[in-house]
Design a protein around this ligand. Structure first.
Ligand code: SF4
Ligand code: SF4
Length: 174
């Protein structure tokens, strides 16, 4: 049974479900690692955080827009890297997209009102349709990046360090 009315084709009743953005799901750690390893093998995408931390995906432009609006309105928002493409041979990580690191979207207020409705991200406009057309783009992007045989936590640490050194993650590069 669908979780929200819109998933049954009914009009939006402003239940706010799609804005309470962190799913409270649990996954076996071994299963999660297996999935992450398979994703890396197919796409060179590394996930730096546990999967249950991730929320809606933002493009680079959407991240900049939401941060700008949040600053203008004195709204506290944390946006972190979601898909990170890591080239282990050249030790270079690139952020493909971002996620809003909150249980509930900081722009949801009052009676489940989106306070940035005109500026909301594409994923919010599409919901409950979630199109994932990025796979081909990512595979094209990584076609010359080889898969390396390293433990996943080593890949995560190297990718994280690369982002820190580029100033993408706010930790001093040693
Ligand atoms: S679009 Fe969001 S707020 Fe509207 S019914 Fe669906 S889950 Fe609820
Ligand atoms: S931007 Fe608006 S529609 Fe999107 S999750 Fe936040 S409150 Fe909901």
């Amino acid at each position: 049974m669908a979780k929200f009315p819109c998933q049954n084709g009914e009009p939006c009743n402003r239940c706010g479900g799609c804005c309470k953005i962190r799913e409270n799901f649990r996954m076996d750690v071994v299963d999660e690692l297996t999935i992450k390893q398979k994703v890396y093998a197919r796409t060179r995408v590394i996930y730096l955080y546990p999967m249950n931390r991730y929320t809606i995906s933002l493009s680079h432009e959407e991240k900049a827009r939401l941060e700008r609006i949040a600053k203008e309105r004195s709204v506290s928002i944390s946006i972190l890297p979601k898909k990170v493409i890591y080239d282990a041979v050249n030790d270079k990580a690139v952020v493909w997209d971002w996620f809003v690191d909150h249980d509930i979207c900081p722009f949801l207020k009052g009676d489940n009102e989106c306070t940035i409705y005109e500026d909301r991200p594409e994923i919010c406009r599409m919901f409950p349709e979630i199109k994932n057309e990025q796979m081909f783009e990512i595979q094209e992007f990584v076609k010359n990046i080889p898969v390396v045989d390293l433990q996943y936590d080593v890949l995560v640490e190297r990718a994280r360090k690369s982002l820190e050194c580029q100033g993408v993650l706010p930790i001093f590069c040693k």
